[in-house]
Ligand binder design. Sequence first.
Ligand SMILES: [Zn+2]
Length: 258
Amino acid sequence: MSRMLDVSDDVRAEIGDEEADRLLAGENAPGNYDCTSCRTPGDSGREATSTVLFVGDETAVLAFAHATCIPSQVVPVAEEQLQGAVRSITASQDGSAGDGSPEQAVLGVTSGLVLIEGELQPALVVEPTSAVARPGADAGDEFLPLLAEQGFQPVADLRAMPASLPGWSVLLAAGQLHAVLQPGAAGGTPVAWWQAHRPLQVTDSWRSAANKSQKVLVLAAPVGSIGQQPREDLLRSALDKAAAEGRLVAATLPLAGT
Ligand SMILES: [Zn+2]
């Protein structure tokens, strides 16, 4: 039994005794990992390590952290965001816009490489499938103002990397995209701003670029700005057009996981 890995009772309750025991026996232990809290490398064979489970109603993602950073724990994920992710993944898989009601905005997330400052940067492009109204309001598209309040900055052109956004991160596990995390209420544990119902595949080149830079450019535009672009040069053109029209916000987020 590994004494270096801690599985808390609440994590054990979520993943089950069998999976917890396999982790503790080292069969499923991560070995080397990137700490989900401080994002520096860890080694579950040599350092005290906490298991951290990001959990929604239908999806759970297991991650690891230095025990000195955070204790083993379950991090709840907002059901509302989870439902949005379910629909957006379904929509991207069947190529349709999904069947959500018009009032229910869904975040479509596309990964791609974007050339900035002479380097191909791993990027996520986020575009809702409909207008995003402010909670309680029944009209208007407040997607960009809401993101600006979270610290995303307007992009006039894509020549420089945008500022980083404290407390936010992009969660990649085993080479698949799981979630975009934002700070919890009152400095609590992070919650998912967007979570994939099923982990989203990224290309090998995207993953290696993200592992190299340890950061991900997140670009967001209101519905109708970007669309589904089959090639990265067309994606770039659509992004440049949205930026020129003042319809693009961005932030640089650190990578959590590998
Ligand atoms: Zn750490």
